[in-house]
Design a protein around this ligand. Structure first.
Ligand code: GRF
Length: 193
């Protein structure tokens, strides 16, 4: 048995790609059953289609819930999903929603810290090490329990774009499949208790 995963996306979907590529390899205990976007033009949806994974565009949270329930999803992964979920939603799926954030939480996180803004803030502060964090999602933006983190060095002359790319390559694309595997394994263990 495999844990059933839904990935929520809004943009390019390179983290989704890392998960798709990891299936059957580093990701042994989970399978992506649905990719859900709030933007119909999100390239992430095309990535899903290429892998034969059902891709959905939704207008509101109720539509997400419907897809989750219909597909008996065990784990929801936010991979660049640029919409804040309601308290009702996060409560309904306690310990069943993961997010990847491109900094070492608690630095450069919370409301307003997304995309390049995170890396701009890290460079402006002058930190020498940044990275990525995978955490459970609760009602506080980037405030849920940390599952795993991976550090990345800031280089002299970094621009936000260069740093963003390094954090993705050296941290996010490795960390997300790894943390997903660990959580899926646990979910299956719970199920078979
Ligand atoms: C990533 O940096 C992720 O950490 C953040 O949003 C970005 C999504 O990029 N939450 P992609 O769509 O996976 O390429």
């Amino acid at each position: 048995m495999l844990a059933k995963i839904a990935v929520l996306v809004s943009g390019g979907g390179t983290n989704l790609q890392a998960l798709l590529d990891a299936q059957g390899k580093k990701l042994k205990h989970g399978e992506i059953k649905a990719v859900i976007s709030n933007h119909e033009n999100a390239y992430a949806l095309r990535r899903a289609e290429k892998y034969g994974v059902p891709a959905y565009t939704i207008k509101n949270e109720n539509e997400i819930i419907q897809i989750i329930e219909e597909n008996k999803i065990d784990l929801i992964i936010l991979a660049g999903f640029l919409s804040i979920l309601s308290k009702d939603f996060t409560k309904r799926y306690t310990n069943r929603i993961l997010n990847i954030h491109p900094s070492l939480i608690p630095s450069f996180c919370g409301k307003g810290y997304y995309g390049l803004k995170v890396h701009e803030a890290a460079l402006a502060y002058g930190v020498k090490i940044t990275g990525a964090t995978v955490h459970f999602v609760n009602e506080i933006p980037d405030g849920g329990k940390i599952i795993d983190q991976k550090a990345v060095r800031v280089h002299k002359g970094d621009t936000p774009e260069k740093l963003q790319r390094r954090v993705m390559e050296k941290a996010e694309w490795i960390l997300l499949p790894r943390a997903t595997e660990a959580v899926c394994k646990n979910i299956l263990k719970e199920k078979t208790k």
